[in-house]
Ligand binder design. Structure first.
Ligand SMILES: Nc1ncnc2c1ncn2[C@@H]1O[C@H](COP(=O)(O)OP(=O)(O)OP(=O)(O)O)[C@@H](O)[C@H]1O
Length: 292
C-alpha cells in the first residue's frame, strides 16, 4: 500500500527554478529522508506535496487528493517557516484543534508539551526559534494522520530536543504501522538513525527513493594486494589512492567493481562499508554532475 503518490508535480519558481516533473511513491510504514544541497528544491517539493496551492500534477494520500478534506486530514505538515501561527499562543492553537480537528489526540499533545517543556500562554512569536519549531512539531505530531511531511524538523533543536524528536517519530511509527514520514535534512546521523529510504534532490528533480541499506552496501572502500593498471576505469570507482600500501579504492558500486577486479585476477586484501557521513556527500557531489 502506498501512503503518498504524486504524479507530474511541476512548480515554476521565478525565472530561474522549476521543480519537477516529480513522480514519487512513498510506501506505507516507511521513513524517507529527502537530501539535497542548498537550493535543490526540497522546501519547494514539500510545499507542493502539502497542496500549498493548486498547481500542475496530482498528489494523493491513501487515495485522497491532497486538496480534498480527507486528503488534508491525512497530512501533518511542518514547514520550514510558519508565519501564520506566530501571532497565537500554543494554548489557543491547541483549543482550535481540540474543537475542530477529528484527528486531534490531546493526550499526545500534553505529553509533547511536557517533554519539550513548552509554554502554553506565550505568543509563539515570543518563543526562541527552537521552541517555535518544537511548538509546531507538538501540534502536528498530536494529529493522528497517515503522513508526516517534515521540512528540516531537527534544524534549530537543542541536543535533547533532537533525541526527543527522534523517539517521538519512532513511537508514532510503532503506534500506527501504516503511517509514513518524509523529512528533509542535512544531518547524516538523522538519516542513519531514522530513514529506511533516501531520496536525493538535485536542481528540482528527484529519482525514486533508494533503500538506505542497499545504498550502504554499494559504497565500499577496498584495499588491493598491489596497484592495478586501469583501475580508474573500473565500474563504480570514485577514488583511487595508490599512495601507501596496500592501495585503496573507493567505489559506489561494490558489486560491479569487485566483479571487474575478479575478472582481472586482482586479490582484495580488505573491504569496508562507508558510513553515510562519507557516502552522502559523494552521492550529492555525483548528483550535482549527473542528471537525477
Ligand atoms: N518565492 C520564490 N520565488 C522565486 N524563486 C524561489 C522562491 N522560493 C524558492 N525559490 C527558488 O527555488 C529554489 C529551490 O529552493 P528551496 O528552498 O526549495 O531549496 P532547498 O533544497 O529547500 O534549500 P535549503 O537546503 O537551502 O533549504 C531556489 O533556487 C530558490 O531560489
Amino acid at each position: 500500500m502506498q501512503t503518498l503518490m504524486c504524479q507530474n508535480i511541476v512548480r515554476k519558481m521565478g525565472d530561474d527554478f522549476t521543480l519537477g516533473p516529480i513522480n514519487l511513491e512513498i510506501p506505507a510504514g516507511t521513513i524517507t529522508a529527502v537530501i539535497g544541497n542548498n537550493g535543490a528544491g526540497k522546501t519547494t517539493l514539500f510545499q507542493a506535496l502539502s497542496g500549498d496551492y493548486p498547481g500542475e500534477g496530482e498528489t494523493n494520500i491513501h487515495g485522497h487528493n491532497i486538496h480534498s478534506i480527507a486528503g488534508k486530514a491525512a497530512l501533518s505538515y511542518v514547514p520550514q517557516t510558519f508565519p501564520e501561527v506566530l501571532p497565537f499562543r500554543l494554548q489557543q492553537l491547541r483549543d482550535l484543534h481540540a474543537k475542530h480537528d477529528d484527528t486531534w489526540r490531546d493526550d499526545h499533545f500534553q505529553a509533547y508539551v511536557r517533554q519539550f517543556d513548552l509554554p502554553l500562554r506565550k505568543r509563539i512569536s515570543q518563543l526562541s526559534v527552537g521552541l517555535q519549531r518544537k511548538a509546531v512539531l507538538a501540534l502536528q505530531l498530536s494529529r493522528d494522520t497517515s503522513l508526516l511531511l517534515l521540512d528540516e524538523p531537527f534544524a534549530g533543536l537543542d541536543m535533547e530536543g533532537q533525541t526527543q524528536l527522534e523517539k517521538m517519530l519512532l513511537h508514532k511509527m510503532e503506534e500506527n504501522p501504516d503511517c509514513s514520514i518524509v523529512f528533509a535534512t542535512h544531518i547524516a546521523d538523522e538519516v542513519q538513525r531514522l530513514a529506511d529510504y533516501i531520496a536525493i534532490m538535485k536542481k528540482g528533480k528527484t529519482r525514486e527513493p533508494m533503500e538506505k541499506d542497499i545504498l550502504a552496501q554499494q559504497f565500499k572502500r577496498i584495499w588491493l594486494a598491489s596497484p592495478v593498471t586501469g583501475v580508474e576505469e573500473a565500474p563504480g570507482i570514485r577514488e583511487v589512492s595508490a599512495e601507501g600500501a596496500p592501495p585503496q579504492i573507493l567505489t559506489s558500486d561494490a558489486e560491479a567493481t569487485e566483479k571487474w577486479l575478479a575478472d582481472q585476477g586482482v586479490h582484495i586484501v580488505k573491504r569496508a562499508s562507508l558510513s553515510l557521513h562519507e557516502s552522502l556527500p559523494i552521492m550529492l557531489r555525483e548528483s550535482e554532475r549527473t542528471e537525477v
